[in-house]
Design a protein around this ligand. Structure first.
Ligand code: SAM
Length: 238
């Protein structure tokens, strides 16, 4: 059985992403996200002509990286603002094999066994535990046998009993507090959002390993990074 992930799973949407398109775009250009993109693409090792989905594509960090190799990339996000932004980028760069679509991670707009590769970055921690399991089972459904899932995300839990969790939580709090009064305000606001069930909902590497196994994946590899994040890869058995 899956271990509890530190706190009772909240169910409300984590935030209205339509108000954060520019912020998400700026985040996607940071060295941290560019490094995650490179690790995910390297691990996914897309082959010419493959069909892919980017789940929670935001402004297109992964979809744009896969476009030169894949036959098509379905870039899905539930925030219309992200999809509209990505459509503008694609038109500007004349990329015609990326298909942005408003859709939820828990209901992918593809038929069974129709894609070779599912990628995602920093989307799943916005879902509660039930949502994460539903998203993983959707990726399993749409992947062909032998297809791969590769995703990056926060990989820790709020449970302070484990050392890595304490380190990650401490370092997050210190870095926000260093901003002074605006940072302290943010900590208070975030605490309020978490209490209301709208905060970030990261899962630990162990949680993900078990969730992926329970969904039917094998060849599961989870790389825990030096910060809060990690990259997970798994294959749908052939
Ligand atoms: C931190 S941004 C990451 C965007 C992009 N993957 C990147 O790495 O730059 C998280 C994205 O996940 C999307 N998202 C969150 N929950 C989602 C869900 N349940 N279904 C689809 N998209 C979701 C948000 O709208 C947002 O665009």
């Amino acid at each position: 059985m899956l271990p509890a992930n530190g706190a009772a799973p909240p169910t409300a949407p984590s935030k209205n992403w339509d108000h954060h398109v520019q912020q998400a775009d700026e985040l996607s250009r940071t060295p941290g996200f560019q490094d995650l993109r490179d690790r995910i693409v390297a691990k996914a090792a897309p082959v010419q002509g493959e069909r892919a989905i980017d789940v929670g594509c935001g402004t297109g960090l992964l979809a744009l990286a896969l476009a030169p190799t894949c036959a098509d990339v379905w870039a899905i996000d539930y925030a219309p603002g992200m999809i509209e932004h990505l459509r503008g980028v694609l038109a500007g760069e004349m990329i015609t094999n990326v298909y942005p679509l408003i859709a939820s991670a828990v209901s992918l707009p593809r038929t069974d066994a129709s894609v070779d590769l599912v990628v995602s970055n920093y989307c799943f921690h916005h879902l509660d535990e039930r949502g994460k399991r539903a998203a993983i089972s959707e990726t399993f459904r749409v992947l062909r046998p032998g297809g791969r899932l590769v995703f990056g995300d926060m990989m820790f839990s709020w449970n302070p009993a484990q050392e890595r969790n304490r380190e990650v939580i401490g370092s997050k709090l210190r870095s926000i507090a260093r901003r002074g009064p605006s940072g302290w305000l943010r900590i208070i606001r975030n605490a309020g959002r978490m209490a209301a069930g709208r905060g970030e909902r990261p899962a630990s590497p162990d949680w993900w390993r078990i969730a992926l196994l329970e969904a039917g994946f094998d060849s599961i590899e989870i790389e825990v990074l030096a910060h809060e994040g990690g990259v997970a890869a798994a294959i749908k058995p052939a």
